[in-house]
Design a binder for this molecule. Structure first.
Ligand SMILES: NC(=O)c1ccc[n+]([C@@H]2O[C@H](COP(=O)([O-])OP(=O)(O)OC[C@H]3O[C@@H](n4cnc5c(N)ncnc54)[C@H](OP(=O)(O)O)[C@@H]3O)[C@@H](O)[C@H]2O)c1
Length: 341
């Protein structure tokens, strides 16, 4: 059936300015890392994307390697662009990335100019796009001069393949260096994409969050729900079909380790009149410190629940202190190696 977007979609979302740029991003964005590969029916992918757009989510985040198999999430989203989102390109912010392994041989990963430009072209082809809105270096490459990686991103913008550029999981020092190089090149860094949630606070301890504010760079926090741990999903054990049962990125042991804290956080969320997912997203967005919370979803209902977070983004100092006391870090940062260099 032809999709007609909800007429009130822009009344349902908050749009935050991305750093000191002209671009605004929705407070909640949707990522297609999981649930957009060949293991998920196309109708589910369509329903998730439609629901997101109906709730004012204008930003869809992809990467070359999302699937499985790698590349298939971009292909699926390309289909959705042709059917459901036909005619809506100018209402969408679409991002992709390159950094992780995509093809055999020495040119299929990391941060060389050779890899980044070729991968960007492949992503555009898979999605059937002339350009992406944001193109990211997905991880810091310790063996390639940063000038080369940033030079490739600058070229990707100047050649019309992307409107803006971003970096992901770079630490505070590397981010400063990247910003300085890009300033010289004349293409400013729009955005940084770090992992960040109640149980994973490296952006605070590293100083990255303050650095981004100081430099006027926007921020989009991925895994705000700690891959589902910070929801009501695992309160009574690990349900069938959940991410922790799939043998992919979420180790069931990590869920078990966090569950006592999660139960207490769930009680706090209930006292605030929120679901735990909503409170976790609101915490990431608190005080306007982060431009957008980048969620994932396996069902449209999860998107709706998450969007409800914007109904209460305020925390009292007592609530923040209580969250701090409950939630010591749980070593959930799978992306730590990128920010250690
Ligand atoms: N830059 C990077 O290196 C990087 C790395 C990872 C991710 N990302 C980006 O961040 C995006 C989000 O990552 P993520 O999917 O791990 O984020 P997440 O939002 O922390 O976790 C999403 C998962 O939480 C569960 N969930 C979501 N809403 C729920 C709700 N309301 N109630 C109950 N459960 C709920 C679902 O799990 P079930 O599937 O079990 O239902 C869903 O798949 C990715 O798609 C990608 O775009 C970037």
């Amino acid at each position: 059936m032809t999709y007609i977007p909800a007429a009130n979609r822009y009344d349902r979302m908050i749009y935050n300015r991305c750093g000191r740029s002209g671009l605004k991003l929705p407070a909640i964005s949707l990522g297609l890392w999981h649930n957009f590969g060949h293991d998920t029916p196309h109708a589910t992918k369509q329903a998730i994307c439609r629901t997101a757009f109906d709730h004012g989510i204008t930003h869809f985040d992809l990467a070359n390697n999302y699937g499985p198999p790698p590349g298939s999430a971009e292909e699926a989203f390309g289909e959705i662009l042709k059917t459901d989102f036909r005619g809506l390109r100018d209402e969408l912010i679409i991002s992709s990335k390159a950094g992780y392994l995509m093809w055999d041989g020495p040119y299929g990963e990391w941060g060389s100019r050779k890899y980044l430009i070729a991968s960007c072209d492949q992503s555009l082809k898979r999605m059937g796009l002339d350009y992406v809105d944001i193109f990211y270096s997905h991880r810091f490459d310790p063996d390639t001069p940063l000038e080369e990686t940033m030079g490739a991103l600058d070229h990707i913008v100047r050649s019309g393949r992307a409107q803006y550029i971003g970096i992901s999981s770079y630490n505070s020092q590397r981010t400063r260096e990247a910003v300085a190089i890009l300033k010289d090149l004349g293409t400013p860094l729009l955005i940084h994409q770090p992992s960040y949630n109640i149980l994973n606070r490296w952006v605070e301890t590293d100083g990255l969050k303050d650095t981004l504010k100081e430099l006027g760079v926007g921020s989009i926090a991925f895994v705000p729900l700690a891959q589902g741990i910070l929801t009501s999903k695992y309160l009574n054990g690990i349900p069938a079909g959940s991410r922790a049962t799939q043998g992919k990125s979420l180790d069931p042991a990590a869920v078990e380790k966090a569950i006592a804290s999660v139960r207490r956080l769930n009680d706090m969320a209930a006292a605030r009149g929120q679901t735990l997912a909503q409170m976790a997203i609101a915490w990431v967005l608190r005080n306007g410190g982060i431009t957008s919370a980048l969620i994932g979803a396996s069902r449209p209902e999860q998107v709706i629940d998450c969007c409800g977070a914007i109904g209460n983004l305020d925390f009292t100092p007592e609530e923040l202190a209580q969250i701090d006391s409950i939630s010591e870090e749980k070593e959930l940062n799978l992306w730590a190696s990128s920010s250690e260099n």
